[in-house]
Design a protein around this ligand. Structure first.
Ligand code: B12
Ligand code: SF4
Length: 562
């Protein structure tokens, strides 16, 4: 009996590694091996991971290597070999699949690199002579590097077992569970590793439904489909969606990466009926600059895209992605991309920076577009012919303030008011406040939520906006008060928040809510509510007093005007 340890190091504790689980399940089909899964995150200490691996007493170690753990993996491997010189170490995963020769030459401690889809290759490695295994880089008895050619993509995905154990789903309800219903992508985006492997294959629908039922029954919170573009085959994806809706669970969200312009009217209509929050879509828009779209082979149909996004945004959480550093996208054209996405008002805007990944088309265009990028992971672009390092740094600052003032969802009224009244576009606002943060050193330390509110007040004062507004700044503060109180019952009121409330009326409202059985008693009612009077109509902006009762229900706040 040999011991095999499988090592997966995630980017954060909440993530899971689906690849290493698949491979474990495949090895379970062969006799003669004791298997241990060691899963950790890059936030753990190297020493702890080394210890955990060694304590599992492996004869063979299989390591899953990705961009986020590459540095960790290459530090751990030599140490493990020092501790146990007989350990056979094999690496697999996207970070070693396109540069296996280099990896084998640099790390003599590594027995072999398995390139491409690992499930069948590992099975063959453990059951056949190495000279018969496709997809394996290894050294022969004279230490000469050998490769017998690539293993073709697995034609029937159903041979791969469901990766998760029932107990782990039940014990780790808060983790993100990844899931695949298809593999491969037919598109050719020049920066993306998934564009390399063209063949799209699907797990069968009965198989997918069975797997999804396991998730639905387990009481977990988030399942992320890693299908490269989920909505490729309408029959396939609609049947899965319909199945999920038939088995709807209120506290579970399914996340899909989709291409919004591929939806037809029937699908859009169907999507407007999905229970709120049940589905979450990530849509890679990346850029709206025409020459850039052409160069990266990703030509968005902007009108259709916007129309579809707006049609489904009421009940589906949307994450829209942009990439800075693409070819022919300069600082100004990036503004255009940013403003396009911002005006669609998704729940989240993910502002990413181009990574130069080996194996992709962009990797072959370094000279054409003058790319400079970091030689360590994640190989992020430093500059190119169209954008400077300083401009990219500025966009990083914009990304940070965007997280504070947009993605947090905490400033909907106040920031909207500022953008609509004092700026020519959303980007100009975020750039301006990013400059303010930089000048005042606010990026250097982390801040509590209240500080982020206070900075907005300081910014408002420093820019002297009240001089340019006909209400002497009243509206801004009223909107900010609303945003602040909407977040939860204030422990204390900041200096700029002069609270105005009718205490007798508040008492009466709570008593009514207790009568309605909304709360058990007055104490519970006061704890979970707040009232406030505003000098303007928060929803129309008119100069008219309004009073609201805020009812805090977990992450949600319900508002009643009275
Ligand atoms: C989930 C995910 C993440 C998660 C992390 C998950 C985790 N476990 O911690 C998050 C969201 C944090 C993330 C972030 C990033 N990611 Co990401 N991510 C993915 C995603 C969507 C799924 C990966 C996956 O599980 N796929 C399903 C499995 C079954 O397929 P697979 O990974 O290809 O694995 C197969 C083979 O590689 C191989 N294999 C894998 N491990 C092993 C081990 C052994 C021993 C063997 C033999 C074989 C083997 O066999 C597997 C099964 O066939 C992929 C895209 C995709 N759909 O695959 C991108 C992907 C891996 N990410 C990518 C990138 C570029 C990034 C970012 C840099 C993006 C960014 N923000 O700019 C960041 C980096 C974060 C960081 N801290 O540095 C790239 C490639 C990176 C690389 N070379 O590793 C991918 C491929 C996207 C792309 N199309 O370009 N990502
Ligand atoms: S970015 Fe998305 S659509 Fe483009 S090749 Fe990669 S996975 Fe496919």
């Amino acid at each position: 009996m040999k011991n095999i340890t499988l090592l997966g190091i995630n980017s954060k504790f909440v993530h899971t590694n689906i690849a290493i689980r698949y491979i474990k399940k495949m090895i379970e089909q062969i006799d003669g091996y004791n298997l241990t899964l060691v899963e950790s995150s890059i936030n753990n200490q190297l020493e702890n991971i080394i210890r955990e691996v060694i304590e599992s007493k492996p004869n063979i170690l299989l390591v899953s290597t990705y961009i986020w753990n590459r540095e960790f993996v290459f530090k751990i491997v030599p140490e493990l070999k020092k501790i146990n010189p007989n350990l056979e170490i094999y690496l697999g995963g996207p970070e070693v699949s396109y540069n296996a020769v280099e990896v084998m030459e640099k790390f003599p401690q590594i027995e072999g690199v398995l390139v491409g889809e690992g499930e069948l290759i590992v099975k063959k490695l453990l059951t056949k002579d190495r000279s018969k295994v496709l997809g394996l880089y290894y050294r022969d008895s004279q230490l000469k590097l050998k490769f017998n050619g690539f293993e073709p993509p697995i034609p029937n995905l159903d041979i791969i077992p469901f990766p998760y154990e029932q107990w782990e789903l039940e014990d780790n309800k808060g983790k993100i569970f990844y899931y695949e219903s298809t593999r491969g992508c037919p598109f050719h985006c020049s920066y993306c590793m998934s564009s390399i492997e063209k063949s799209v294959r699907t797990f069968s629908l009965p198989r997918v439904k069975k797997d999804l039922m396991t998730f639905l029954d387990a009481g977990i919170k988030l399942v992320k489909f890693v299908d490269r573009t989920y909505n490729l085959d309408k029959d396939h994806y609609m049947e899965i969606w319909k199945f999920l809706v038939e088995n709807y669970q209120p506290n579970l969200t399914f996340h899909f990466e989709i291409s919004a312009e591929l939806f037809d009217e029937e699908v859009i209509e169907y999507l407007t009926t999905i229970p709120n929050g049940f589905f979450q879509f990530e849509i890679g828009i990346q850029t709206v600059n025409k020459p850039t779209m052409k160069l990266i082979r990703r030509e968005n149909e902007l009108e259709k895209l916007a129309e579809n996004v707006l049609a489904i945004k009421n009940n589906i959480h949307l994450h829209l992605d942009l990439i800075a550093g693409l070819p022919k996208e300069d600082f100004d054209t990036f503004k255009g991309s940013f403003n396009y996405v911002y005006r669609l008002k998704p729940e989240m805007i993910q502002l990413g920076f181009l990574k130069i990944l080996s194996g992709t088309e962009i990797y072959t265009q370094l000279e054409t577009f003058g790319y400079k990028y970091t030689s360590f992971p994640p190989y992020e672009v430093i500059s190119n012919n169209d954008i400077t390092y300083e401009e990219l740094l500025k966009l990083k600052d914009v990304e940070a303030v965007l997280d504070f003032y947009y993605n947090s969802g905490d400033f909907t009224k106040s920031v909207n008011y500022l953008i609509n009244n004092f700026y020519s576009s959303p980007f100009e606002f975020y750039l301006d406040i990013a400059n303010f943060f930089e000048k005042n050193g606010h990026f250097k330390v982390s801040h509590k939520k209240l500080a982020i509110f206070n900075f907005l007040v300081d910014f408002y004062k420093e820019r002297k906006f009240e001089q340019g507004s006909d209400d002497k700044g009243i509206k801004f503060i009223e909107y900010l008060k609303f945003d602040y109180i909407n977040l939860g019952k204030p422990g204390k009121y900041p200096e700029w928040f002069v609270s105005s409330k009718d205490k007798d009326l508040y008492h009466e409202l709570i008593e009514n809510l207790v009568k309605e059985s909304k709360f058990k008693n007055n104490r519970q009612g006061f704890k979970n509510t707040e009232i406030e009077e505003f000098n303007i109509d928060i929803f129309t902006g008119e100069n008219k007093k309004t009073k609201f009762l805020f009812i805090y229900e977990g992450k949600e706040t319900k508002i009643r005007e009275f």
